[in-house]
Design a protein around this ligand. Sequence first.
Ligand SMILES: O=P(O)(O)OC[C@@]1(O)O[C@H](CO)[C@@H](O)[C@@H]1O
Ligand SMILES: [Mg+2]
Ligand SMILES: [Mn+2]
Length: 457
Amino acid sequence: MLPEPFKTSDNGTFGEFTATQRWPTIIQNAIDDMNTELQSQSGECKKQGEAIAAQLVELRDEVAGNAPLRPFTHRETEIAAVPSCFNEYLADSRHQGATWFNAGWLFTEVYMYRRMNVLFKTHPLWTQFDIFNRLKQSTFHSSLHGVVELALRYKNLRLQLDKLSTQHDDETLRILFKEFIDISLWGNATDLSLLTNATLEDIKSIQGAQARKNAESKIVIDDTAKAWDALLKARTTARVDFVLDNSGFELYADLMLAAFLIHSNLVKNCVFHGKDIPYMVSDTMRKDFSALLEDLEDTKFFPTDDQASREALDVFAQDIRKLVKDGQLEFRADPFWTTDLDYWNLDPSETKYHGAQLHSDLVKSNLVIFKGDLNYRKLTGDRKWPRTTPWAEAIGPLATNGITLLSLRTCKADVQVGLPEGLDEKLSHAWEKDHPGKGSWWTSSGKWAVICFHSSR
Ligand SMILES: O=P(O)(O)OC[C@@]1(O)O[C@H](CO)[C@@H](O)[C@@H]1O
Ligand SMILES: [Mg+2]
Ligand SMILES: [Mn+2]
């Protein structure tokens, strides 16, 4: 018998907190950004925008008032191309009486972003407007320091990668792989000290290893070595896929990892899977991918009077553009990724919303990297598994249907599996000290991470 998915009505859970406290705030932030945007609009555009803002207020009140979850109307479905999986869920006998604060957390959260998108798609002058764009861009802009630091490191390493791959210095490549995985995992410039413009010897040295140990202590499950072995087996012609999470620095770190894999001749090409609508506030759309490259080359967006830094940013952006032009890096955005379907549907059995299509393509990949917490929730069905449940059990059909996967997850939700006996109790006890009654929320704090691999080949 499968455990139930987490619900927004589960007392004392982070999911309940997210629904009741964070969702109204997220919508209010969107209303505020809309009102800011409207100050520079006029005429019909302003009129439509004001209508959207008013409907966002209604949506906020609907959520805050714990209203029933309504199906999308025929008109909304037609104009906004809403996949019918949402209405199917709401029509399902098991989900009758669903309200915002009493329904599946995963479904309701994804449904909320779809409800917001419908408001824009049903106003002709606003169909392509990303209400989260201002926030995405300002967040990336404020990460200038980490962006420049990483660009300098990369430029330094880039020169040495050719040598490493011809010398077959796999040990150094393995260490660098781990570095780039860690940076992609945390999606920010946490611990760049290991990639200072030190020589490779330094990185291999004792203090490099010590600094790495410190960063590693927060990674409570680490299958990096298994992913490394999978790449070594497929080296020089491997394909690696990234099911993306956030735009901005996290996407930048993912691009760094992809460039490292390709230029170290381990991997031939990478496929990035983004979102087709604005989603979870910060998730990556095609336009965010293009904007990131433009931002790197924009002296106003990333001002630096340091010539070396300026050059490092330009070199990286040009390197990525070349990989795209040469077909070694591809960006796709299948509608499946923004449905409420969990990833047990990445399987031949799911033939309505592209699950089967994506599965037949992803089995050709040597490694599918799923980034972030929401993807982890979808891999495990966001279910109330005991936290020691084996990873292979929690990912259901993905354990046997031929996809080789790696989840790089910073822990930001209630669901957690794969822990050794006793660890949850230990970390809950520690977290309880500063968070009375919320000890189990250590898995929702973003302070710990897991790197979970599985291959059925
Ligand atoms: O996928 P990400 O960006 O790592 O995290 C997504 C997230 O912030 O949103 C949901 C709660 O609103 C949770 O899955 C998680 O906290
Ligand atoms: Mg994330
Ligand atoms: Mn995200």
